[in-house]
Design a protein around this ligand. Structure first.
Ligand code: HEM
Length: 490
């Protein structure tokens, strides 16, 4: 029997009793109709329907099939409601936030020590206290103090793009990790093969790569499987859990110990972990957890957006030219854009917003869980698959009033890192477009690449790797980038 078959066999036979009880319970208690959706199969419900690489596309198709923007899926032990319309999301996650701000219990996360992650915590006192710290640290008025770090790192990336354009993906990955590690731990990373970056990336990658392993999926459905001995067929998850746990502990401890060492050695480098330790307001476990959360929530998400920005520019030279014309007109050719220019470059802002709409890092955001039973019963976006920054602008070319970036989530779980992330991505977009021309995308054989690129087996949405040329716009642009070495930070 293959591992896959053992998984199905175990899941079905061991689940039989508990699933029946849950279903019967539901049948009795639920007098209100459940939203329409594909017909659940006996015992496994809609499990096979739910496992698909790009579920958001499937949910849009179901909207047509079942003629409803609210869809229902039944999984063993739980029911999932899919909200396809923003107004429903806002009504439930924001107006009824008291009910819809919990997170799901995922046995794999609990067994591997990922309970440290603030964003995955249940709605409890620890989550509320850590969320307050996130909000204080990264609120709109507080993030300008990080601008010097962000500027210095973005400038370093521009110089790397000049020196080695073919490795552009490595450069923006380094950018994102370097900002987060410096802010969180006061740690300055090496551009290549940095030990701490490897430690934290290994922990995240191991969890993601094994998240859909059949035996792990079985464990998530039936946590009691963990009591079966390792020699039992299909128990591959034991080794995965052990490794994940070790890697997660390293991720939390190694950068944390670095900050503590700096403090012992009297280094005066500021960092979030340092100020939390000095304030003595929360326990060591929470300090480590907050550090790990900033990295796991704030690095790959930003990478995802910058990756999609390069791809969008590569596919749409006409939008790129329009953005560069705006920069040339407002800033001129004698300096690079800075944060002070943000309000005078609406087309750059529109490119940022459209990138976040076109390929958001979490196309389904992070599921919210209802804490109690709840009964609940716009305008249609034209051509949603196309990259059109103009849709964010009014007739005067200014950002439309009251527009909101939906990719940062909703309600009490709204991303607290949104202002920090926005600044990093905005400055990247503005300075890259001021300095470089990005050529059309092509694959390793030189064939042009079309839009259909997405793959998602990662922390956040990512594109399949592709190539493109990145060349300085002019001799002057090259000089401006080279000169950032001397003006680092400002
Ligand atoms: C472009 C980059 C980013 C995107 C698109 C993004 C998106 C999101 C989304 C969709 C959620 C879930 C919201 C919900 O459940 O409704 C979230 C939660 C969260 N994000 Fe971000 N994020 C980004 C960057 C960051 C950064 C830089 C940080 C760190 C400073 C961060 C920290 C968090 C935390 C701590 C949570 C959990 C909030 C909670 O559950 O209370 N994010 N983010």
């Amino acid at each position: 029997m293959s591992d896959q078959h053992i998984y199905w066999f175990l899941t079905f036979s061991l689940l039989l009793a508990s699933v029946l009880v849950t279903f019967l319970g539901h049948e009795k208690s639920s007098k209100t109709p459940f939203p329409p959706g594909p017909k659940p199969r006996p015992l496994i419900g809609n499990l096979p329907d739910a496992v698909t690489p790009e579920p958001w596309l499937l949910y849009m198709k179901w909207e047509e099939v079942y003629q409803s923007k609210i869809l229902g899926l039944t999984l063993p032990g739980k029911r999932i409601v899919i909200l396809n319309a923003v107004e429903d999301v806002i009504e439930l996650f924001e107006k009824r936030a008291g009910t819809y701000s919990d997170r799901a219990r995922v046995p794999l996360l609990e067994l591997t020590g990922w309970t440290f992650a603030t964003g995955l915590m249940r709605n409890n006192e620890r989550w509320r206290s850590e969320r307050r710290i996130f909000q204080q640290t990264f609120k709109r008025e507080a993030v300008p103090r990080f601008l010097p770090i962000q500027t210095m790192k973005v400038h370093a990336m521009l110089r790397q793009l000049l020196a080695d354009p073919a490795s552009f993906a490595n450069h923006y990955r380094t950018l994102s990790a370097s900002i987060v590690l410096e802010i969180t731990y006061g740690y300055e990373i090496k551009p290549k093969n940095d030990r701490i970056v490897e430690v934290v990336e290994r922990a995240i990658a191991h969890l993601i790569e094994n998240g859909d392993n059949p035996s792990v999926a079985a464990l998530n459905v039936l946590p009691a499987l963990r009591y079966l001995p390792r020699w039992f067929p299909g128990m591959g998850f034991h080794k995965i859990v052990d490794d994940c746990k070790t890697f997660t502990q390293d991720m939390l401890n190694i950068p944390y110990e670095y900050t503590k060492k700096c403090m012992r050695e009297d280094s005066n480098k500021p960092s979030l972990v340092r100020s939390l330790l000095e304030s003595d307001a929360i326990c060591e476990e929470s300090v480590k957890g907050i550090g790990g959360t900033v990295f796991s929530a704030g690095t790959d998400t930003v990478v995802s957006v910058i990756e999609c920005f390069f791809f969008a520019m590569s596919l749409h030279p006409e939008k790129q030219r329009k953005a560069q014309e705006e920069i040339d007109r407002i800033i001129g050719a004698d300096r690079l854009p800075t944060f002070k220019d943000k309000d005078s470059l609406p087309y750059i802002d529109a490119i940022f917003r459209e990138t976040m709409r076109w390929l958001p890092p979490f196309p389904l955001t992070v599921p919210h869980v209802a804490e109690e039973d709840d009964i609940y019963k716009g305008t249609k976006l034209e051509d949603p698959d196309s990259f059109i920054p103009e849709r964010c602008l009014d007739e005067n070319g200014e950002i439309k009033e009251n527009t909101r970036i939906l990719s940062f989530g909703f309600g009490r779980r709204l991303c607290p890192g949104q202002h920090l992330a926005t600044n990093t991505v905005w400055l990247t977009i503005a300075t890259v477009l001021a300095s470089f021309d990005i050529g059309l995308p092509f694959d390793e054989f030189g064939n042009p690449i079309k839009f259909h690129q997405v793959h998602t087996k990662a922390d956040a949405l990512h594109l399949k790797p592709y190539r493109c040329t990145i060349t300085p716009r002019s001799v002057n642009a090259r000089k401006l980038v080279e000169a950032t070495e001397d003006t680092a930070g400002y």
